[in-house]
Each structure stands twice: as C-alpha cells, then as structure tokens.
Write a protein of this length. Structure first.
Lengths: 148, 187
C-alpha cells in the first residue's frame, strides 16, 4: 500500500536555504519526511546506498561544491534504479538556457528560489501536490514538466 | 530504429488482471474499470498471492473505503476526459449521478485523500491528455482544444500555462530535444 507521507530530499550547500526549506514543509498540509544534504557528493552517496529510502521528490540546487546539481542530475538519469524519483531543480538562476538545459537532461520541475517564505510555502505546496497526483494516479512521468 | 508507443491504461490493466487471475485459477466477473467480483470465497493467503503478482505490474489493491470511492471518482474523470463524444452535461452532475452520491460529499472525500479538488484533477487530466496528443499525434493545438472540449485554443493555452508554468510550445520543444538527445546517445 502507498504510505500516506512523501519522502523528500534536498541538496543545497546554503544552510539558511536548507532551514527555510524544512520549515516550509513543516507547515504544509501534506505529510512529508525531509532529508537534507550539504553537497552533491553527500547526496549521491545516499542515493547509491542500497539501504537508503529513495525520495519521491528530490530538490537539487545547481551551484554546490564538490559535485554540482547538473552533474547529480546526469548521474541520476543514467541510473535506472533512480528512475522513479521526480527531480526539481531549485536554483537562484533564471537563465532561460539553464532552465531548458536541465529540463532536456531530465529534470521534471524548475523552481526559481523565491525571496520570501510565504511564496516558498506556496510553491512547494503546489509542486508536492502535483507530484502526488503523478505518484498516485498513474500519470506518465515522462510528461511531468513544471516551472515555477 | 526507434518507435513510439501509446497506451490505453484501462485496456492494459483489464487485460493483465484478467490473464493473471485466470492463470491463478480464480472465477470472477469484471464489474467495471478496476472493479472485480470473485464468484467464490478467496482465502487471505490467496489475496497475498494476488497482491504480489499484481504489484510487479504497478497494480495495487485498494483497501480503505474512502480510497475506493476516490478511485471510482478518478476513473469516472479519466473516462469523461477521454471520451470522443461531446460532453454537454456539467461534470459535477455527471460524477454525482454516475456514483449515485451527493457532489459535496464526493468533493470532500476527494480533497481529503488527494490533497486537490475534483475540479483541479479534471484539469490535470485534460492537460495530460493534451500533452499526449501533442507528442504522439500530428494534431495541432487548435485540433486538440476542440477534441478536449475547450471553448478556444487560447483557453487551452492559458490553462496549460497555469498548470505547468510553461507554454504548450515550450513543453513540446523540450520533449523534442529530449528525444533528439536520447537518439544521439543511443547511436
């Protein structure tokens, strides 16, 4: 049976951003379990570990030390075991080229980091609700593209 | 060579369930999409076997009564959105009549379980179908808007943008580029 909470991972090197993010989820209606990682290497170690619980949605910052978001995205897309994870890019960049490139490389969602907390909550709620519909209603994930 | 497939999920599911249940030696009736009636008592260890067999295909057994109702609402919506016939009746009236329950009740149960409203779920389904038609057929957006009962192509575009944050053409462009990329990687 489908568990009635959603597993979420965030990889972001900025401590404040990680804090805002987990606080925002605490206030949402949907039950979530959030794990955070400080960089791409830490994230990929977790995802490649057989015992890890894989997230339903993964939020990826683009600029991170050691391994950046695009490198993680490409690695995840090459690994069939990680096929079911919806990937949301979570970045300060709003360059059209960047956005298109990440979508073409397999990202499902692109979020431009908002400046205020209320907006962040609203965006995360919309993203997770939409992902929930894909997750529970057999919609074709290949067509899951969303830009916020 | 590369080919693209399109699916009828209802047909697919029915066929798999039918084949697997027959293989396991059960006698049953198909009542409707996703609803089956066993003609004999099924012991619980057999239920486990069925659950295991189906889970390989991503098919799950719905246990909780509210979830059953929500699944019926979803099935009604999918069927409604995918029908070729023009739809003249209000969707709320159609769903309530089909399930023989009051719309406010259905609406409450639905948002409690799915975190979204029936109205929003209908839009999600329509936009998903629009995406499929864009990708897998040669219909243009105007033809798709007619097939999906939109009053105009502008209405479809606006709703598409509202749901996905991008225009239909931006969506199409990304999917095409993905295909080019995967073709290149496969060659």
């Amino acid at each position: 049976m489908t568990a009635d909470y959603i597993n979420i991972c965030l990889a972001d090197d900025d401590e404040d951003d990680r804090l805002f993010f987990t606080d925002a989820f605490d206030e949402l209606r949907i039950n979530t379990k959030v794990s955070t990682f400080n960089d791409g290497v830490e994230l990929m170690n977790y995802l490649n570990n057989e015992d890890s619980i894989l997230p339903n949605v993964l939020f990826l910052d683009l600029n991170m030390p050691k391994k950046n978001g695009v490198e993680c995205l490409l690695e995840i897309k090459k690994n069939r075991k990680l096929d079911d994870i919806a990937i949301a890019i979570y970045s300060t960049s709003s360059s059209e080229e960047h956005i298109e490139e990440t979508f073409v490389n397999g990202a499902n969602i692109y979020i431009k980091k908002p400046n205020d907390f209320e907006n962040l909550k609203k965006i995360l709620s919309e993203v997770v609700t939409m992902n929930w519909q894909y997750h529970t209603s057999g919609l074709n994930k290949e067509n899951f593209l969303m830009r916020m | 060579m590369k080919i693209y497939l399109k699916f009828d999920y209802a047909q697919l599911t029915k066929k798999i369930v039918h084949e697997k249940l027959s293989e396991l030696g059960f006698k049953f009736n198909i009542i409707g999409f996703g609803e089956f009636n066993f003609l004999e008592k099924v012991p619980s260890d057999k239920i486990e076997e069925i659950t295991r067999t189906f889970s390989e295909y991503g098919i799950g057994i719905v246990e909780n009564q509210k979830s059953v109702l929500v699944q019926k609402i979803k099935d009604t919506i999918v069927e409604m959105v995918h029908t070729d016939k023009p739809f003249n009746i209000k969707s709320s009236v159609y769903i309530a009549e089909k399930l023989n329950l009051s719309y406010p009740y259905l609406s409450n149960v639905f948002s409690e379980v799915t975190y979204t409203s029936i109205e929003n779920f209908i839009i999600i389904q329509k936009i998903e179908l629009a995406k499929q038609l864009m990708i897998n057929t040669s219909f243009n957006l105007t033809e798709i808007s007619i097939q999906l009962n939109y009053s105009s192509v502008a209405h479809l575009s606006t709703q598409f943008k509202h749901m996905t944050g991008m225009t239909p053409s931006a969506f199409h462009k990304i999917i095409n580029k993905r295909r080019e990329l995967s073709n290149k990687n496969n060659n």
